[in-house]
Design a protein around this ligand. Structure first.
Ligand SMILES: *[C@@H]1O[C@H](CO)[C@@H](O)[C@H](O)[C@H]1NC(C)=O
Ligand SMILES: *[C@@H]1O[C@H](CO)[C@@H](O)[C@H](O)[C@H]1NC(C)=O
Ligand SMILES: *[C@@H]1O[C@H](CO)[C@@H](O)[C@H](O)[C@H]1NC(C)=O
Ligand SMILES: *[C@@H]1O[C@H](CO)[C@@H](O)[C@H](O)[C@H]1NC(C)=O
Length: 189
């Protein structure tokens, strides 16, 4: 009886833990909340590069929908797109992959190239593997620095908050491809 019980527990740990070993499922999340309700937040810093590929045969950023007015708009107002961009340690395309930026954005400004973005930074490496940071904000693409709020997270980033600072390393205005440098500061437990 006891043996079976232990095996069952071991199985649930294997099934419900994600890559970083953070247990999932409603019971595990409740336990996590109780454990962390009085914990002190810590600051973690990330630095990586986002490869936004619009052109070629394997784009990671694709337009999904637009209106007739979008085609007349200098700011692509109304364009909705999906992205699943690679995040790497260094700026080179073959640099080590640390995760993906996966989500949606829409051109939401009549005045400037301004994108309302909602996506997740999905980590696929090391102790953050399987954990995510939820990003939601307004990206003024022509500004040198843009700030996107980190509004939450999952896995080791439950209840996270922070800021991502974006700067284009380069943007090719013919192909639409871009390499964007990310500095992320995040408070979490
Ligand atoms: C990340 O986690 C996934 C799913 O648990 C696993 O398949 C993958 O091998 C892990 N990657 C690394 C680099 O640990
Ligand atoms: C959009 O443009 C197409 C082609 O010009 C036209 O047939 C269609 O009626 C337009 N749709 C709207 C909603 O204006
Ligand atoms: C595109 O980029 C080139 C080189 O940076 C620049 O000279 C040109 O003015 C840009 N074109 C537009 C439409 O922004
Ligand atoms: C920009 O993209 C165009 C079209 O794909 C390509 O021909 C050109 O070489 C690119 N420019 C740079 C500086 O990479």
């Amino acid at each position: 009886m006891e043996k079976h019980y232990i095996i069952l527990i071991l199985c649930s740990i294997l099934v419900f833990a994600n890559g970083n070993g953070v247990s999932q499922g409603p019971k595990a999340v409740r336990k996590w909340f109780k454990k962390h309700s009085n914990a002190k937040e810590k600051l973690t810093e990330f630095h990586f590069y986002l490869h936004d590929i619009v052109s070629g045969r394997n784009p990671t950023n694709i337009p999904v929908a637009m209106t007739n007015a979008t085609t007349q708009s200098p700011t692509y107002f109304g364009l909705i797109a999906a992205m699943d961009d690679l995040l790497t340690e260094g700026p080179e395309p073959d640099s080590k992959v640390v995760g993906r930026a996966s989500g949606l954005f829409g051109s939401s400004s009549l005045q400037e190239l301004g994108l309302h973005m909602t996506f997740n930074i999905v980590f696929t490496e090391g102790k953050y593997n399987g954990s995510m940071l939820a990003v939601s904000g307004y990206n003024q693409f022509n500004n040198r620095y843009r700030e996107l709020p980190i509004v939450g997270g999952s896995g080791v980033f439950r209840l996270a908050r922070g800021v991502a600072t974006l700067e284009n390393v380069w943007y090719n205005n013919t192909s639409g491809d871009a390499l964007v440098e990310y500095h992320v500061l995040v408070l979490h437990y």
